[in-house]
Ligand binder design. Structure first.
Ligand code: MRU
Length: 348
């Protein structure tokens, strides 16, 4: 419990030469930290979702490259740089959809570009990774305080997947907005979708909300439409894994369903994300790479078979919500509304 304070979940702890991280696959049953100085262990943690959520994998990727750089033994700056780029590419390839991972790695590689001492480069990589972590918490806190004005004074607010402190450097995005609104006196009741296939809503968002004392109710994903039909949902707020220049937004598979429901029922649908999630290289959602996960995540949740073996199964981890279904995108630099492209160009 001591690793959660003032809305910050301190689940990624850099100890100078090792990373200590909370294994999110064990939540909510066990709150267990793993400590490692091996970047491959961090890559594996990102792959198996022990560390997950777009900003969080960016922060962890930064620490992974710190650990990887320590293992490069040469003092020759050119050989060192070649090895560093290879390690960075390996880390970036672990999860392709969330842009924050490659964004953080590119930022670190660029920050050491002009340097010519291996010792200085290793130090700089650490200070840059720590800055990314610190800034992520600041960005998410700022966007949360900016976004809270959009939430109703009272009533049910729906969220999806987990966009809380566990999914970031420590302060949530969508859950951050909810937390800031609640702290500011709004009488919000959160509706948490369980989020199949990996239950980030049930396991992680419910865990975070319970810890912070914000009232919530857990539903299965197929209950959402009925709540909209009854007029119970005042707004939806979700996170993002990658936002294209036109505002199309990739987030956990199933997010698009909620955006369609929200539009049909005339309910505002908000995306909350730091500007590190906006991809300046991608014009529309069509170009966002969508990660495919292992089929067993659908057919064998928690190791128990729920479908016959040897069948066809779809496993996209994310979908893309078209920008015309999004009421506003909340960033640390302000609330953006369509058309997005020009505003994004000014703030990223
Ligand atoms: O597969 P996950 O658990 O990493 O997916 C996470 C999400 O889709 C989150 O909503 C997104 O990363 C935003 S987190 C602030």
């Amino acid at each position: 419990m001591d690793f959660i304070k003032d809305g910050v979940v301190n689940h990624l702890q850099w100890n100078g030469d090792s990373l200590r991280f909370l294994d999110q696959t064990l939540l909510p049953g066990k709150e267990e930290f793993v400590e490692t100085s091996d970047y491959k262990v961090v890559c594996d943690a990102i792959r198996r979702l022990a560390i997950r959520g777009a900003p969080a994998i960016g922060v962890a990727g930064g620490y992974a490259i710190c650990l990887g750089s320590r293992k490069i033994k040469t003092e020759d700056i050119e050989l060192f740089s070649d090895e560093l780029v290879k390690i960075s590419e390996k880390i970036a390839s672990v999860r392709p959809t969330a842009v924050n991972l490659s964004w953080a790695l590119d930022r670190i590689i660029k920050s050491v570009h002009e340097m010519n001492s291996v010792v200085d480069v290793k130090d700089k990589i650490i200070s840059e990774a720590e800055a990314i972590h610190r800034e992520d918490i600041e960005m998410c806190r700022s966007l949360s305080f900016i976004g809270k004005v959009l939430l109703p004074e009272s009533g049910k607010v729906m969220t999806y997947c987990n966009a809380g402190g566990l999914a970031t450097g420590g302060y949530g995005t969508a859950l951050g907005v909810i937390y800031a609104a609640y702290q500011g006196g709004k009488k919000i009741h959160v509706v948490v979708n369980e989020t199949r296939p990996l239950f980030q809503g049930a396991r992680l968002t419910a865990w975070e909300l319970k810890k912070t004392g914000i009232p919530f109710i857990l539903i299965t994903d197929n209950m959402a439409a009925q709540l909209f039909a009854k007029g119970e949902i005042k707004c939806v707020v979700v996170g993002a894994d990658r936002i294209a220049l036109n505002g199309d937004t990739a987030n956990k598979i199933g997010t698009y369903n909620l955006a369609v429901l929200a539009r049909y029922h005339g309910v505002p649908f908000y995306v909350a994300a730091p500007t590190s999630t906006i991809d300046s290289q991608i014009r529309s959602g069509e170009d966002i790479p969508i990660e495919e996960r292992n089929k067993s995540e659908v057919t064998q949740p928690f190791g128990k078979s729920i479908a016959p073996s040897n069948i066809e199964v779809m496993t996209p981890a994310f979908d893309v919500t078209p920008s015309h279904l999004i009421s506003a995108i909340i960033t640390e630099k302000g609330i953006c509304k369509a058309p997005y492209q020009e505003k994004f160009r000014r703030i990223i």
